[in-house]
Design a protein around this ligand. Structure first.
Ligand SMILES: C[S@@+](CC[C@H](N)C(=O)[O-])C[C@H]1O[C@@H](n2cnc3c(N)ncnc32)[C@H](O)[C@@H]1O
Length: 244
């Protein structure tokens, strides 16, 4: 027989973003996601974890979490998280562009990324660094549940959207490529677009042609390139460490 928790889950699946695990739920709630349903295979353990890692959310999670058997959770989510927690958040409660400090902070552009783990890692970096948003081109969905899982729920902390390259905002475009000018000599201006190429093929010709500057991350000779998310981390650290 269908339990009430399963019925609630089914009711919110369409238009809902899967928050896989305690940390994704924690971040989404902290950044204002509307979460109509949250499940735990061990409610008491999940609330104890809340007390240790997110005491600010104790009241919210006490009211929200419903216990379900582990077997039920396995039927509802593709790969249950070790914390035994899963929730659905309303996609329409995520921030949209333009947003907050958009005029001053850079926008990160991922040019046709292929690996959803990288996309999620970049969203997490973008949220931590306080950038204005993450835009992706190409056919990978930056809101795919694998990307949201890798982003630890931080898709609700920073705007994340997909667009065509011709829709990118008209702002100074700094494209990252090992052939460019050393980042240590480059000042990234307010509101710049920081663009990174795909894991296999690098920057598309289209984006390269539009770039105002090609920028290289310092790298030892004979190493071909860094991982995509690592490259974004280095660039954002350079921006965060700029003199005030
Ligand atoms: C894994 S790399 C792509 C490697 C790809 N085989 C190529 O030919 O460019 C993914 C992206 O990270 C960035 N990247 C990696 N290493 C870099 C470096 N040393 N300098 C600047 N950007 C770098 C670039 O934007 C690159 O397109």
């Amino acid at each position: 027989m269908t339990t009430t928790a399963e019925t609630e889950w089914a009711r919110h699946t369409a238009g809902g973003v899967l928050l896989d695990g305690f940390h994704a739920l924690k971040h989404a709630l902290r950044f204002g996601a509307r979460v109509p349903v949250a499940l735990a295979t061990d409610r008491e353990a999940a609330l104890a974890l809340t007390g240790r890692l997110a005491p600010d959310l104790t009241a919210a999670l006490d009211g929200l979490l419903r216990e379900v058997p582990a077997g039920t959770l396995r039927t509802l989510v593709p790969r249950p998280h070790p914390t035994g927690v899963a929730a659905l958040a309303r996609r329409d409660s995520a921030p949209r562009m333009p947003w907050g400090n958009a005029a001053d902070a850079p926008l990160v552009v991922l040019d046709n990324p292929r690996n959803l783990g990288n996309v999620g890692a970049v969203v997490r970096l973008a949220a931590g660094a306080g950038v204005a948003g993450v835009l992706t081109t190409g056919d990978a969905d930056p809101w795919h549940h694998a990307a949201v899982r890798a982003g630890a729920g931080l898709h609700f902390a920073v705007p994340v959207e997909r667009c065509r390259s011709e829709q990118l905002p008209r702002r100074p475009l700094f494209a990252f490529d090992p052939e460019g000018e050393d980042l240590r000599r480059v000042e990234l201006p307010a509101g710049a677009l920081l663009a990174f190429g795909s894991e296999r093929h690098g920057l598309t010709e289209e984006l390269r042609a539009r770039a105002d500057h090609l920028v290289a991350l310092p790298m030892r000779p004979q190493v071909s390139s860094y991982n995509l998310a690592t490259s974004v981390a280095m660039a954002l650290y350079h921006w965060m460490a700029r003199p005030e």
